[in-house]
Write a protein that binds this ligand. Structure first.
Ligand code: MV4
Length: 447
């Protein structure tokens, strides 16, 4: 087993990883930018190394500084958390070259799944359902037109390097194709320096349902059921739940089997997520694979009583998985609390937290790094806490969430707490009747 793990991240996920390391008797090294010198991950780790000034590009993304921190502290593994370097194949490769175990995917796996067209081609080979469309990258506009006619409108143009919805265009008629093709390619070039595009049939009003998987070093994989992440705004998830209110037992079996087939086909090692689009007829299609631990992993942990970070560490150390698939026995919901003003277009609201009272009690989990007097720096992601409630039924989990949100007091900055309160009273949310379009129609009511 590893003796010392360096956590190449900050905020709640750095704390989350330190907690599991402590329980496993593994020493921890925190890295931090000068903006995070007062952060809890720095205080709770056994050692801490400053890796640069506030901008991520000069600290949490600075590979040379992180490797130097790992070398001077003698860390034998690096956990990248989510975001930052978690899906950076160059970083994964440099870890391999330095004999430091990267607790994440291999460089080859990151590259294969990071390119969306290559990920889709791989999944098609594995026998996982994919959205009909182009066979890989589209050569030129002429062939784009031809494929659109064969696929049938509406279609979706997607950048193979895509992420966060960039370089993606829905096209409803032939006359709109040229502009969409040019716009999407230009956006992709500007965002990713790669304008390669592929095409799919547009799935209207889909749900985003993802399956958590774990694979070991011996080619075996299992699934840990689904998370419904359909409630998103500008490709940022706001709340997630498991089980999905749209799930049925036969669909879970089919999606779970597809996800395990996908993971075993690519000999996936570690924790990963297979994202699917699910249409109104409950047809499901592979969308993307994430080769990291995700923000919303705690809801899965809650419903199956399983520590996913511990599992990542065990698998990275060569321990075989049990091989058992899981069905949720409870219901869990996560609300992402961001330092943003939901009454003003979710505008970022960094600054000092003057008053903090955290919710607690039965079935309430709060994953956060903030405390009273903590100053939220403007340089990083605006998520400051994840409030997670777990109960026997969806109704009870929602009821508990309402109660926990009411207890939660954060003063000094604006937060998304009022948004979540209103969501928990929304008739369509309460009915479990929502798709990825939900936030397009949502308007905040006055306080
Ligand atoms: C789609 C789609 C409809 N049809 N593909 C959004 C981000 C990128 N990862 C893929 N996305 C979509 N792909 C087809 N063929 C609709 C979306 C989509 C979406 C998906 C999941 C969650 C939120 C979304 C919001 C807008 C569009």
């Amino acid at each position: 087993m590893f003796k010392k793990i360096l956590i190449a991240n900050r905020g709640e996920i750095a704390l989350r990883i330190i907690r599991t390391c402590k329980e496993m008797g593994i020493k921890t090294v925190a890295v931090y930018s000068t903006a995070d010198a007062e952060s809890l991950h720095v205080r709770f780790a056994d050692e801490a190394v400053c890796i640069g000034p506030p901008p991520s590009s000069e600290s949490y993304l600075k590979v040379s500084n992180i490797m130097a921190a790992a070398e001077i502290t003698n860390a034998d593994a690096i956990h990248p958390g989510y975001g930052f370097l978690s899906e950076n194949s160059k970083f994964s490769k440099i870890c391999v070259e330095h004999g430091i175990k990267f607790i994440g995917a291999s460089p080859e796996m990151i590259d294969r799944m990071g390119d969306k067209a290559s990920a889709k081609a791989t999944m098609k080979e594995a026998g996982v359902p994919c959205v009909p469309g182009s066979d890989g990258i589209i050569e030129n506009f002429e062939s784009c037109e031809k494929i659109a006619n064969e696929t049938g409108y509406p279609v979706m143009l997607k950048a193979t390097a895509g992420g966060g919805g960039k370089g993606m265009r829905a096209v409803w008629k032939k006359e709109e194709l040229k502009k969409a093709w040019n716009d999407a390619r230009q956006e992709a070039l500007a965002s990713f320096s790669n304008d390669a595009m592929y095409m799919e049939k547009l799935i209207e009003e889909p749900r985003h349902i993802e399956i958590q998987i774990v694979g070991d070093a011996y080619g075996k994989a299992c699934h840990l059921s689904e998370r419904d992440c359909s409630i998103q705004r500008r490709h940022q998830k706001l709340t997630e739940e498991t089980p999905s209110p749209f799930m049925t037992n036969p669909l879970r079996k089919k999606m779970g089997e597809a996800a395990v087939k996908a993971a075993e086909y690519i000999q996936y090692e570690g924790a990963g997520t297979i994202e699917f689009l699910v249409d109104k007829h409950r047809n499901f299609y592979f969308m993307e694979m994430n080769t990291r631990i995700q923000v919303e992993h705690p809801i899965t942990e809650q419903v199956i009583d399983f520590d996913l970070i511990q599992e990542q560490i065990l698998v990275a150390a060569g321990v075989p998985i049990s091989g058992k698939n899981y069905t949720p026995k409870l219901h869990s919901i996560e609300c992402r609390i961001n330092a943003e003003d939901p009454y003003n277009n979710f505008r970022p609201s960094p600054g000092r937290i003057t008053t903090l009272h955290s919710p607690g009690g039965h079935g309430v989990r709060l994953d956060t790094h903030v405390y009273a007097d903590y100053i939220i720096p403007p340089y990083y992601d605006s998520m400051i806490a994840k409030l997670i409630t777990t109960a026997q039924t969806r109704e009870e989990a929602i009821n508990k969430m309402k109660r926990a949100l009411d207890e939660f007091v954060i003063e000094g900055i604006k937060t998304t707490i009022p948004f979540h309160r209103q969501l928990m009273d929304h008739p369509d949310y309460l009915a479990g009747n929502y798709t990825t379009k939900f936030m397009e129609d949502f308007v905040m009511e006055d306080e």
